[in-house]
Design a protein around this ligand. Structure first.
Ligand code: RBF
Length: 366
């Protein structure tokens, strides 16, 4: 992703930009008062049809180190760049709201109340509950929120991934590795999950499906589940992972944003394996990362932003995407995976993937 091209501002910066824009819109409409009425309305129409549309990406956290947010930003950026390249008057602003969740509502309210953003795009399962009341205050503001599910607000469009499929694939491979003869695998039937915090999608979908996938390899498997308490503390992530490894865990799935790098560092230091989640993570620690169970958030964010710009997005309804339509998958063709994971394990994983793709195995989310 083109990280250097990101136009990032803080929420405070956004206020300044919003106010400046409001002032310039005001001065344009004052100037028009001097023209003849017909000319004025023609000018106004021309102005409206070619009015710049600013798309805001509201990041509830920090982009760097969080696969979901990195993919979100690059997908929206691609759609905006492409549309702008084809002559559309659109522009992107990325707003990092930071890790203080108590501030997200106020920051979002600032954006919505500015009326400066034609669309606010975000990603987070907790966000619709925050956005819904704000949307009632500012009903003209449109929102598209990925990695979430919400019904009943025409201004809020959500998309979620089938994370039961995604986490099942991860648990299956983790258990295959844990029961293999691989160098750092031990005899304990224990795998681990390090989460940033506890939330419904984690407790009701991801954690149970990770265990469900592992139990499909051997019903004796258990998951050691630990919580960092935030989405940035890499030292805490490493500390938890070391303790888990000492307690017999040989494969850990980190879902803790910036704290993931602590888990990966501990894996290199202590010699256990990592099951990466959300995007392709094999290169994070070649030979240590043995699994990448992914959601195609970059592609989905690109497609839905493009559709919105073109006026073809079906708004106000929630969508669920998964393996059948290619938005959840397992990365099996990465040379690092092929090099470090024995063929017998890869073949079993491939067979599971085929069963999910064909519909022989159906894992629905409620
Ligand atoms: N995932 C991240 O990678 N980074 C984050 O900063 C982050 N913050 C989150 C905050 C909240 C309140 C919730 C509910 C989830 C958060 N997630 C974060 C998890 C993310 O939405 C998703 O569940 C996981 O990436 C697994 O796909």
């Amino acid at each position: 992703m083109k990280r250097n091209n990101l136009k990032r501002i803080t929420a405070t910066g956004a206020v300044l930009i919003a106010l400046t824009a409001a002032v310039s819109i005001l001065s344009v409409s004052c100037a028009k008062k001097t023209a003849e009425p017909d000319d004025a309305s023609a000018a106004e129409n021309a102005q409206n049809s070619n009015r710049e549309r600013v798309i805001a990406v509201f990041v509830p956290g920090i982009v760097s180190g969080s696969p979901v947010y990195e993919m979100l930003v690059s997908g929206v950026e691609k759609a905006v760049d492409e549309a702008a390249g084809a002559g559309a008057n659109v522009r992107l602003q990325v707003i990092e709201a930071g890790t203080k969740q108590a501030d997200w509502g106020a920051k979002m309210t600032t954006l919505a109340s500015s009326a400066n953003y034609a669309l606010i795009v975000s990603s987070n399962p907790a966000l619709p509950e925050i956005v819904d009341p704000i949307s009632k205050q500012f009903p003209a503001q449109k929102f598209v929120i990925f990695d979430s599910y919400f019904e009943g607000n025409p201004a809020v469009t959500t998309f979620r991934y089938n994370q039961r499929e995604q986490a099942y694939l991860s648990g299956y491979m983790a258990a295959l590795v844990s029961t293999s003869g691989m160098e750092s695998a031990n005899k304990d039937k224990k795998i681990g999950l390090v989460a940033g915090q506890e939330y419904p999608a984690m407790l009701n979908v991801i954690l149970p499906a990770f265990l469900e996938g592992a139990k499909a390899v051997d019903p004796e498997f258990e998951v050691d589940f630990r919580v960092v308490g935030n989405w940035y503390d890499a030292a805490k992530g490493a500390e938890l992972a070391r303790a888990m490894n000492e307690a017999g865990v040989d494969v850990i799935m980190p879902i803790s944003g910036g704290a993931n790098q602590g888990v990966v560092a501990a894996a290199k230091e202590k010699g256990f394996y990592v099951a990466w989640f959300d995007d392709n993570g094999y290169a994070k620690a070649p030979g240590r990362v043995v699994s990448s169970s992914i959601m195609a958030q970059e592609r989905l964010a690109y497609e839905k932003t493009r559709d919105w710009i073109n006026g073809s997005l079906a708004e106000g309804t929630p969508g669920t995407v998964g393996i059948a339509d290619g938005y959840v998958d397992f990365v099996s063709d990465d040379p690092l995976y092929v090099e470090h994971v024995p063929a017998a394990l890869r073949e079993k994983q491939e067979a599971l993937l085929a069963k999910l793709k064909s519909g022989e195995l159906v894992l629905t989310v409620k």
